[in-house]
Design a protein around this ligand. Structure first.
Ligand SMILES: C[S@@+](CC[C@H](N)C(=O)[O-])C[C@H]1O[C@@H](n2cnc3c(N)ncnc32)[C@H](O)[C@@H]1O
Length: 271
């Protein structure tokens, strides 16, 4: 009973401290609350709970992957003068280079959506689950489909920058500030879950697979990096792909893969 009351007091106190911390200013409060609540299963000690929660949030929010300064990103979106499509694309490439995930995609970007649409049919609606800066690939997505795009990210910096961009150039599209594990996105024909499945599995084992199982989308493209951050082959990817293949088999979904030099794409078709 004593342990329970210590734990009951520790969770809201640690949530309040982390929500107020400058480092997590951009992280959705639901994410912080969920991470602390889950970590509290391992300890009742407030200092230890805070340490475990910070370590988990470091992986979940992946703030270290943004290599540009958030203020510079916001200014860049406000100031872009893209009077012709080629200039807009060149500018988008520069913005995409500001986050590790999209920077890795740059060499394959011209082939990226053509490869996606070899795996899945053209959609009427697209959601990009955990999008970070991928909203800035909209000029490339638009070559393949006019479908409105909605991105979701738990990080308010990406959401603000993405909405400044869509408001100016793609007003039928938007980015929503949400944690997709606590607030599932609405139905779409196509859901993209790019290079984040394994991060979600790190946050909570089985949560990536459950997300794919439960996402209300006819087709889902899940992707993985082909190289780890240290440049070595991403050997951790195999078990995730096997788990997705097994789930697709159980659910009788279509399953297909395609590989670009920087990214492995896995498509499941539920419809
Ligand atoms: C590794 S980056 C991938 C970005 C993008 N999908 C891409 O491939 O370029 C992970 C992003 O997912 C976001 N994220 C992670 N878990 C999330 C969740 N449960 N809900 C919403 N966003 C999430 C993070 O804030 C971060 O911006």
């Amino acid at each position: 009973m004593a342990a329970k009351s210590t734990k009951d007091a520790a969770v809201p106190a640690v949530v309040a401290r982390l929500t107020a911390a400058a480092k997590y200013r951009d992280v959705h409060p639901d994410t912080i609350a969920e991470v602390v609540r889950r970590e509290s299963a391992a300890t009742t000690n407030p200092a230890e709970l805070e340490r475990l929660s910070r370590a988990r949030l470091h992986k979940v929010a992946a703030l270290h992957l943004l290599t540009t300064r958030p203020a510079a990103l916001r200014r860049a979106v406000a100031e872009v003068d893209a009077s012709d499509p080629a200039a807009l694309r060149a500018w988008c490439r520069a913005v995409l280079g500001g986050h590790v995930s999209t920077a890795e995609r740059l060499p394959d970007l011209d082939r990226f959506y053509p490869t996606v649409f070899e795996l899945v049919p053209r959609p009427r609606t697209v959601i990009d689950v955990a999008c970070a800066l991928n909203v800035f690939t909209l000029p490339w997505l638009r070559e393949a489909t006019a479908a409105p795009y909605t991105g979701y990210d738990l990080n308010a910096t990406f959401v603000a920058a993405g909405n400044a961009f869509t408001d100016r150039f793609f007003p039928d599209s938007a980015v929503v500030h949400d944690d997709v594990l606590t607030t599932p996105p609405p139905h779409a024909d196509l859901a993209l879950l790019l290079k984040t499945y394994h991060c979600i599995e790190d946050r909570r084992r089985g949560a990536g697979l459950a997300l794919v199982d439960e996402l209300a989308a006819d087709h889902i493209v899940v992707s993985f990096p082909t190289r780890a951050m240290n440049g070595r082959a991403a050997v951790f990817v195999r078990r995730h792909v096997d788990a997705l293949a097994e789930l697709a088999g159980q659910r009788k979904w279509r399953f297909a893969t395609a590989e670009l030099p920087s990214e492995l794409l896995v498509a499941v078709g539920k419809g």
